[in-house]
Design a protein around this ligand. Structure first.
Ligand code: NDP
Length: 322
């Protein structure tokens, strides 16, 4: 009877997930998750949404029979979970299956930033190696660095394990100390930034982390400082970051995420000491397929067993209606 359950899927979604939803449920496509585009058929029938991001309160209100939002990705800051929880709507995400991939990307981005490898490759490809000789020595190195992780959760710990293997001491900041972790804990981000020279942010977006990495934190990191962001662009004051890169308050930055994607501030694009990626942390075929499967498995579990596989913490109390 799952074939009768209508699942709304905004465009720009995983092909693999769409194919599975189409095979299992009644799949209804919509251009964007925009209440103005909700038809009477959707209003009456839709019981689930599967989407990359961006489900606001108005969209939930436009679908009175909505029971579950299966969000694709581990970060769910663009879903209004407070409203979902209040309306007894379950929200699921896709944790764990992407952890190692994102940690790999973070390390790649860190090394690119410190050793300037993307520009070195361009030097080879554009013929500079032949015309001008060897690529200049990198100003920076990973050797001798001390790393700080802002957001020591699943991905933060996977990054920390890699950094340990690289021989770097690791410290971290969360709101709460993590039981059983031997890395040095700092109750404030400023305290962490003062004792490390390499700050890796993998904290979630949302009000509690908004622009947490600001001018004060960057100057605490220091002139040899390297900042890497693989978490969310909203956690950084980008204007302050651009200024710190320009005036030497820090040495370099590697960014996978931005406040207003896909728009990247010109000052960050033009800076000679940035390494930039277009939000590719989890973006391999292998890992996106695993995320798609977990997203759809949550829908299947909810509409057959009446329970989700991976609820976000804010909606664990939500119970199925029938
Ligand atoms: P977790 O929930 O396991 O970890 C998040 C960590 O951040 C927790 O340790 C939490 O600790 C800490 N944290 C949360 N809020 C704050 C705060 N206000 N101040 C300090 N620390 C805070 O999540 P994951 O590790 O699985 O994922 C982390 C984030 O990575 C995602 O939310 C997502 O935004 C981002 N991400 C980016 C990807 C990319 O493609 N670039 C891919 C996947 C994820 P505590 O609660 O004690 O504060």
């Amino acid at each position: 009877q799952l074939q009768a359950v209508a699942i709304l899927v905004p465009r720009d979604f995983s092909d693999h997930a769409v194919e599975r939803i189409d095979r299992t449920f009644k799949c209804i496509r919509i251009e964007h998750a925009d209440p103005a585009l909700v038809t009477d058929e959707m209003r009456r029938g839709v019981r689930g949404i599967a989407a990359f991001a961006g489900i606001n309160a108005a969209m939930m209100d436009a679908l009175p029979n909505l029971e579950l939002i299966a969000s694709f990705g581990v970060g769910y800051d663009s879903v209004d979970v407070g409203h979902a929880a209040a309306k007894n709507i379950m929200v699921t995400n896709t944790p764990d299956v992407l952890t190692e991939e994102v940690a790999d990307t973070a390390i790649g981005l860190l090394i690119n930033t410190v050793r300037d490898l993307p520009r070195a490759e361009t030097w080879l490809r554009d013929g500079s190696w032949v015309r001008k000789g060897n690529y200049p020595l990198s100003r920076l190195t990973l050797r001798g660095r001390k790393a700080g992780i802002f957001g020591m959760g699943r991905i933060g710990q996977a990054i920390a394990r890699r950094l340990e293997a690289f021989g770097l001491p690791v410290a971290y900041h969360n709101r709460r100390k993590v039981d059983g972790l031997s890395y040095q804990y700092h109750p404030t981000l400023k305290g962490l930034a003062e004792v490390v020279d390499t700050l890796i942010s993998v904290a979630p977006g949302g009000a509690s982390t908004e622009k947490a990495v600001n001018a004060e934190i960057l100057s605490a990191l220091g002139a040899n400082g390297v900042f890497v962001n693989i978490g969310r662009g909203s956690t950084v004051d980008e204007a302050a970051l651009a200024a710190a890169l320009a005036n030497g308050a820090i040495a370099a930055a590697g960014l996978d995420v931005f406040a207003d994607e896909p728009n990247v501030p010109k000052a960050l694009l033009d800076a000679p000491n940035t390494s930039l990626l277009p939000h590719v942390g989890s973006a391999s075929d292998h890992t996106r397929r695993a995320m798609a499967d977990l997203c759809v498995d949550n829908l299947v579990s909810w509409f057959t067993e009446r329970r989700p596989l991976t609820s976000v913490p804010e909606t664990v109390h939500v119970r199925a209606r029938s």
